[in-house]
Design a protein around this ligand. Structure first.
Ligand code: PDD
Length: 289
């Protein structure tokens, strides 16, 4: 039995309670959007940024939010308190609702809101100490990767193929440009300058990516958003990936090639320290419940 806390439409439930209809549009069409938010010390980190992106993703697929971002934020905090979570994550998903299968949007159907709270976060100590290997893979996704859509099949396949080759993450390449990971954004450092792909429609503008950019700018570290190719990656001094669940992870091998010295570098170490200072600043040392 899995008694983790979840929320569906207007009530709190246990995550394993059978509630989803076979004609849920998320299930049949992947017709929905989502967010993953990290909880530190009982506080959801960068909650407003995630909720704003959720609203933008919903608007981009012409989906009306079933509740305001403020209401969803209040529910998220209530769930953290009910479940007594200090360290963990929250998954939020909104789909176009439940209706007899038909590609066109159903009339008069309410969207479905799902929230799942998860206690605990995997240790990243080994990955931070040793760095990770990643594998490049052609980016087979659609043209609107800026939307955090639940249609993740190309991401899932790329990540699995990387895993089968012993890689920690798949790095997606489109028209000769390095874009992002299957579930992470990418930064490189060359001669003291941080570089990351431009957040146009071809990547997800990660909340962690945006936080890293603002921290680097605050610390007056040179950083550019630019086109990146495999040639840039090959001569980089350091490479790292970022996401809500992985924070910042150093990449020490890409396919067969060693990155820089083959060990996590000083820019990574400094950035991770600044990131953790920011988490501490935003998520007060005391749990909120
Ligand atoms: N993934 N790029 C993609 C394709 C992603 O799916 C994610 C997040 C990111 C990083 O975004 P953020 O910093 O906002 O987490 C970049 C989440 C964590 C997931 O699907 O589990």
């Amino acid at each position: 039995m899995d008694n983790r806390l979840a929320y569906v439409n207007n009530r709190f439930i246990q995550v394993d309670e059978p509630i989803v209809s076979l004609e849920e549009r998320g299930l049949q069409f992947g017709d929905g959007v989502y967010e993953v938010i990290r909880i530190y010390r009982g506080t959801p980190f960068t909650l407003n940024e995630h909720l704003n992106r959720l609203a933008q993703s919903a608007a981009s697929i012409l989906l009306a939010m079933p509740k305001t971002t403020e209401e969803i934020g209040t529910l998220i905090r209530e769930g953290i308190e009910r479940a007594g979570i200090a360290e963990g994550t929250v998954y939020v998903q909104i789909t176009r609702g439940t209706a007899p299968r038909n590609h066109a949007f159903p009339d008069g159907v309410e969207p479905n809101l799902y929230i799942i709270w998860k206690e605990g976060a995997p240790s990243l100590d080994r990955q931070r100490a040793e760095g990770v290997a990643v594998c490049t893979y052609p980016d087979e996704r659609w043209h609107n990767c800026y939307i955090k859509s639940i249609c993740l099949l190309p991401n899932v396949i790329a990540k699995e193929k990387a895993k089968q080759k012993g890689g920690h993450e798949a790095i997606l390449i489109r028209e000769n440009e390095v874009k992002e990971g299957a579930a992470t954004n990418l930064f490189i450092v060359k001669d003291g300058v941080f570089k990351t792909p431009i957040a146009d429609q071809s990547i997800l503008n990660g909340i962690t990516r945006q936080k890293v950019l603002s921290l680097l700018r605050l610390k007056q570290i040179p950083v550019v958003e630019t086109r990146l190719t495999m040639e840039d990656i090959e001569v980089a001094d350091e490479v790292m990936i970022t996401s809500t669940t992985q924070e910042v992870i150093p990449v020490t091998r890409i396919d067969e090639q060693v990155v820089g010295t083959g060990k996590p570098g000083p820019h990574f170490a400094k950035l991770l320290q600044w990131f953790h200072e920011e988490v501490k600043r935003e998520c007060s040392l005391q749990t909120k419940w």
